[in-house]
Design a protein around this ligand. Structure first.
Ligand code: FUC
Length: 785
């Protein structure tokens, strides 16, 4: 069976000394209790004055941004399926009948609470605890301390707000529920209704009389939201569309929102009507006490969050407000604990925004307040969708990968049904660069290798979890079909090399200027045969196909053919200034600090370039990276963490960690890095840099993408540990081959590590510069190197 790449370097050749070490079974589920006190709270000493200071909660379908206001509290909420647009291809500027087909992700509404007499709070604090998924606002007015807890419950499918006070009868405030679903689009608002304990609104994204008939943003999607008020003590009154609470001890608010979205492209999304679903969710949740709702939410959230603990030491600044920490960090302060907090924040956002049965994270995950968000807040897959999903396997959230697979299969079906001539293929399927979740696309830039890149995620899900049914039923059909497509597309050069015919390197290309000189032009789409990005993705696809068909023991003839074809693919080329060439010809500009470095796909997330297997290419990849700054937009910074980690360059990776966390104060203009609420600043907010950051840090601590001489996945502990992370501990990271890993280190050296695997096996571990083979099984075992 053809497996690649195999470590052939004698320096790291396997020493078949099986290390039998003491078996120590410790902790619940085999993961040790954390030794350090990892900081898992974001906190602030004043309310959010902008959206980029508000705190996100989410249950995988609904998201809310909590502002923590005192006189006026605002919860801006979303539901992930509220989209304008259709399942058609948008032809920008050509065919007016498809204007708006791509549509945009829409904000749903706002919950506004008004508290009279709370103008002068003291001891104000608002926080988000990543461990519980609860946002808390607390302050005192006179003798009374007021507390508000907000969370989005996945088990109960509602957003819950609990208001309480430490003195009886103290809670008096008004509540309103504002529709923005239509009004922010410039149409008449939906119809609102009230009862003595509930506010609601609902309607359809139906075309207003003022909009032109060809405006396909209006898709008739039905939506509904309702807020139920459950006071403890006091009085509840309704006037002018607002509910007012007077003199209560505590109040629980339950918010639910839904649409009739159905992902089936054949049905054009008239799924179940939303209002009964909203009512059912509120009825079920109302039957539970607040304590029960809270406990069920915390248990659900913690079951995901608690799988991984990261302690990098350096807790001196934990007691400072998060925005101040960021500001001081930008000035050069060391804050390992903030770097670890940001790692966990990425995991938190994944748990809050992506759950099985829902949609994958869009460009803003789940959180959006604008009717016209940047790039539609869509699904752009020449880096962004993929980056959003890198963390799911390594950072131990494999369930959060499932929506991506549903989405890819859905887009595939939609693409096959789409009459757009550009999308017709005999084998496989291709896509445009940006999609909505209805099957439509922006009509901009056909992205030929996009489906192949996405198929890598199917393979990785198997590589980490070893679920053979998933491999057979879902991963393999993608890998096989796309392999056949690319096999048929390849062109043979006179020297026998195989190249892709009409490639691209997102999102620019070399063109000849009037003076005859080559310039690299952003946005240019001139077909580029043999573009490195395409070549590398095809190599990766072929490798995954070869391995998958070998595991399943099928398609021997095709595997043999593809193994031969892979060997003839034009591989990474080292150009005149020592760089990895981006195009077939050596035309790279060493001064071009472009955000996409697509021609290093082979380094990450691919596995064709590695210092251990292909040191010459790794050297050239370093030259390419060194020609780029650590800066650029948010996701570009985050990707560079993984690139540097794959080069085993901990110091450079740490520099880019710092760059990704560069503080962007929203009151002082635009910039790239991290907003006060730790959301990534593209700018504007894009969630890819959050997820990419977490994936990058995981890559610094653990790698497992290479095969050892036996053809098994090799586990590399602390492959890119910077000197600043001298002592630390991580528990619960996942490695390929179904292995979970804990590592403790001191003075930059692993002192012990713990492994457990789904099935008994012998694993090669690279640790402290040596290799050892250890026996592992489902019971956690501790090893001292
Ligand atoms: C790609 C990037 C942009 C942005 C957009 C959503 O087109 O080049 O920087 O992230 O996706």
């Amino acid at each position: 069976m053809g497996r690649a790449p195999i470590i052939r370097n004698p320096v790291i050749a396997v020493r078949f000394c099986v290390v039998f070490m003491a078996v120590a079974v410790q902790g619940i589920m085999g993961i040790r209790a954390a030794q350090g006190i990892a900081d898992t709270k974001l906190w602030y000493d004043r309310p959010a004055s902008s959206w980029n200071e508000a705190l996100p909660v989410g249950n995988g379908r609904m998201g809310a941004m909590v502002f923590g206001g005192v006189s006026d509290e605002r919860l801006q909420f979303n539901e992930q399926t509220l989209w304008t647009g259709t399942n058609a291809s948008q032809k920008i500027g050509q065919d007016k009948s498809t204007d708006g087909a791509m549509g945009e992700y829409q904000p749903f509404g706002n919950v506004i609470l008004h508290f009279s007499g709370h103008q002068q709070p003291v001891d104000y604090r608002r926080e988000l605890d990543l461990r519980t998924g609860i946002a808390t606002t607390r302050y005192r007015v006179g003798e009374v301390t007021f507390t508000r807890e907000v969370f989005a419950s996945h088990p109960d499918r509602v957003v819950v707000v609990r208001l309480s006070a430490d003195k009886p009868d103290s809670l008096s405030f008004s509540i309103s529920l504002k529709d923005v679903a239509r009004s922010q689009l410039g149409a008449a608002p939906s119809s609102a209704s009230e009862t003595d304990r509930q506010l609601s609104f609902g309607g359809r994204l139906s075309r207003p009389a003022t909009a032109p008939p060809g405006d396909l943003r209006w898709n008739d999607m039905a939506y509904h939201a309702a807020l139920r008020v459950i006071p403890q003590g006091g009085r509840l009154t309704l006037a002018n569309g607002e509910l007012s609470v007077t003199g209560a001890d505590a109040v629980t608010l339950l918010l639910s929102a839904a649409t009739d979205y159905d992902p089936d492209p054949g049905k054009k999304y008239p799924g179940e009507p939303p209002a009964p679903n909203v009512a059912a969710a509120l009825d079920r949740a109302s039957e539970k006490s607040y304590d029960r709702l809270r406990a069920d939410h915390v248990a659900d959230h913690a079951a995901f969050f608690g799988r991984v603990n990261l302690d990098l030491g350096g807790h001196e600044r934990d007691a400072l407000p998060t925005d101040r920490r960021l500001a001081e960090y930008k000035e050069g302060a060391r804050d390992n604990s903030l770097e670890a907090l940001m790692f966990q924040f990425g995991r938190y956002l994944a748990i809050a925004s992506v759950r099985p049965g829902g949609l994958p994270a869009n460009l803003q995950g789940l959180w959006n307040e604008k009717a016209s968000p940047a790039w539609y807040s869509g699904y752009t897959h020449n880096i962004n969708v993929e980056m959003n999903n890198w963390l799911t396997e390594t950072a131990n959230l494999p369930e959060c990968a499932e929506p991506l697979f549903d989405w890819v299969e859905n887009i595939e079906r939609c693409t096959r049904l789409n009459p757009d001539p550009s999308l017709q293929t005999k084998l496989g399927w291709i896509m445009y660069s940006t999609h909505n979740p209805l099957g439509g696309n922006s009509g901009w830039a056909l992205h030929q290798p996009g489906s192949a890149w996405l198929s890598q995620h199917f393979w990785e899900h198997y590589a980490f979890g070893e679920d053979r049914e998933f491999l057979r039923k879902r991963a393999y059909p993608q890998l096989r079909e796309l392999t056949r497509m690319w096999d048929a597309r390849l062109i043979e050069e006179p020297n026998g090399k195989l190249i892709t015919p009409d490639g691209w390197s997102p999102e620019h290309a070399p063109v000849r200027g009037k003076d005859g000189k080559i310039i690299i032009k952003e946005g240019d789409r001139t077909p580029q045969p043999g573009a490195s990005y395409d070549q590398q993705i095809v190599w990766d696809l072929f490798t995954n196909f070869i391995e998958a068909s070998g595991v399943l023991g099928v398609d021997d003839d095709l595997r043999a053919r593809i193994t031969e074809r892979r060997a003839r693919l034009l591989g990474p080329q080292v150009g005149g200034w020592g760089q990895i060439q981006e195009w077939k010809e050596d035309v790279d500009d060493p001064k071009l600090d472009y955000r996409h470095i697509s021609h290093l796909f082979a380094l990450h997330p691919g596995r064709q370039i590695s210092p251990m297997v292909t040191p010459e290419w790794a050297k050239a990849a370093k030259v390419t990276l060194d020609a780029h700054s650590d800066g650029s937009c948010g996701w570009s910074r985050a990707w560079k963490i993984s690139f540097r980690a794959r080069l085993h360059d901990g110091e450079s990776a740490a520099r880019v960690v710092r760059s990704t966390l560069e503080y962007v104060d929203p009151s002082k203009g635009r910039g790239s890095g991290t907003y006060p609420n730790l959301l990534g600043a593209g700018p504007p907010f894009q969630i890819d840099s959050n997820f990419g950051y977490t994936a990058g840090v995981a890559e610094m601590l653990l790698q497992s993408h290479l095969r050892d001489a036996r053809g098994e996945w090799m586990i590399h502990l602390l492959p890119a540990l910077p000197s600043g992370w001298k002592d630390g501990e991580v528990t619960g990271l996942r490695a390929r081959g179904g292995v979970t890993v804990d590592i403790t280190w001191k003075d930059g050296k692993v002192t012990d590590y713990q492994l457990r695997s789904l099935e008994p096996k012998q694993v090669m571990v690279r640790v402290n510069g040596k290799e050892e083979i250890v026996s592992v099984n489902e019971r956690p075992q501790t090893f001292s190197p």
